[in-house]
Ligand binder design. Structure first.
Ligand code: AMP
Length: 371
């Protein structure tokens, strides 16, 4: 018998995703070091903390010296910092996946190259460029900044020519993409995980409701008719990057045809239901993959749905009075538009979960349609 040194996973970012990664990995004997500029970041209690900017060389060097493998909880880590770490340590998922997903134009160009359907899009660098892109793509269309956009930030819908100037002004001169507005039937996502040995597994697709560009709730769909089509599209990305870890692919379902919106090379909000709803959560499978451990089953163990708490946390007792509800309070200070926590409701039957979902949504002041 050997007494192996525990694997230490370094996470760039110490927010709620890092917190849930650590919560999943600590029981496996894994250790965590996080690097994040915020002194009060919510993964603090579960990891050895380095407080510093992602671009701070001295902090990065210290971080690299303390960990065996690096992962990240968000896409906007500076490329140079990831490059610096990748020269010294394994970085999962691959920095190539991170680089592509950071820029909506390169991401959509890759979708095209891999034959993954995506809305028609064009790069836009000026107001004149936007006007000509509108002529080409038609209206309605969505203008999105190429980088640093998430949760609907940095994007505006252009419905008529009169919206063009305002949309360009709100992008603040940043390089953008203009893409066709998709009249989707519903939004779904597939969360996939691939191990170091190349084994890939897929979670049941989530059906997602957004409002104001932010995810409000996800229903885990068992036996969804688009499951295998979604898996096939995600597989192309996994293969392309020789991917290790969790990947999420967000898709529009347009009457039974899938169109990709975006990919995320990390654990994803639409997979949070898996903590209680799947045999192995996305968080555990991500750290298993990063640490070179065998993957766990991704199948659902019950029916489930997840509700985000944005801007304010409901009363814990009220959440927990919903039969089958599990509460996750990230311990963050309340701020408008900020993801502060979530709850997952689990049950044997779809009816019980739908009833629980409705009660949880009422606590957020939103309805089933996200409004
Ligand atoms: P994103 O930041 O690209 O994930 O967009 C946030 C949300 O805005 C999506 O989940 C959709 O609800 C909506 N959205 C984004 N792009 C489009 C599009 N091309 N057509 C219709 N809705 C969109």
């Amino acid at each position: 018998m050997t007494t192996a040194k525990p694997t230490t996973i370094g996470i760039l970012g110490a927010g709620q995703l890092a917190r849930m990664l650590a919560l999943a990995g600590l029981p496996l004997g894994l250790r965590f070091v996080t690097l994040d500029p915020a002194p009060d970041a919510c993964a603090a209690a579960l990891s050895t903390r380095i407080i510093g900017d992602y671009g701070d060389r001295e902090k990065l060097e210290r971080f690299a010296g303390m960990v065996d493998v690096v992962t990240y909880e968000f896409e906007n880590v500076p490329a140079e910092s990831v490059g610096y770490l990748a020269e010294r340590l394994p970085v999962y998922p691959s920095p190539r996946a991170l680089a592509v997903s950071r820029d909506r134009f390169t991401e959509k160009s890759l979708f095209v190259e891999l034959g993954i359907p995506t809305p028609k899009f064009l790069a836009v660098d000026s107001l004149d460029g936007l006007k000509s892109a509108v002529c080409d793509i038609g209206l309605p269309a969505v203008l999105k900044t190429r980088t640093l956009g998430y949760d609907g930030k940095g994007q505006s819908v252009i419905k008529s020519d009169g919206d063009i100037d305002g949309a360009w002004a709100s992008a603040g001169g940043a390089p953008c993409v203009l893409e066709a507005f998709v009249p989707f039937t519903r939004e779904i996502s597939v969360v996939a995980v691939r191990g170091r040995g190349g084994e890939a597994r897929f979670y049941p697709v989530g059906e997602n409701t957004h409002s104001g560009g932010i995810l409000r709730h996800t229903v885990c769909r068992l036996g969804d008719p688009m499951q295998s089509a979604a898996e096939e599209l995600a597989s192309r990305l996994l293969k392309r990057f020789d991917y290790v870890g969790v990947l999420a692919l967000e898709l529009f379902d347009v009457g039974g045809k899938l169109t990709a919106n975006e990919m995320a090379p990390r654990v994803h909000n639409t997979g949070h239901w898996s903590i209680e709803g799947a045999r192995t959560s996305q968080f555990e499978n991500h750290v298993r993959a990063a640490a070179g451990l065998p993957l766990g089953g991704t199948e659902a163990v019950c029916r489930s749905a997840m509700v985000n708490f944005i801007g304010m946390m409901p009363d814990a007792a009220e959440v927990l009075s919903v039969d089958g509800a599990h509460l996750h309070d990230y311990g963050k200070a309340a701020k408008p538009g900020r993801k502060l926590g979530h709850a997952t409701v689990c049950g044997e039957g779809g009816g019980a979960v739908a009833a629980g979902l409705e009660r949880l949504l009422r606590l957020t002041g939103k309805g089933l349609d996200g409004q």
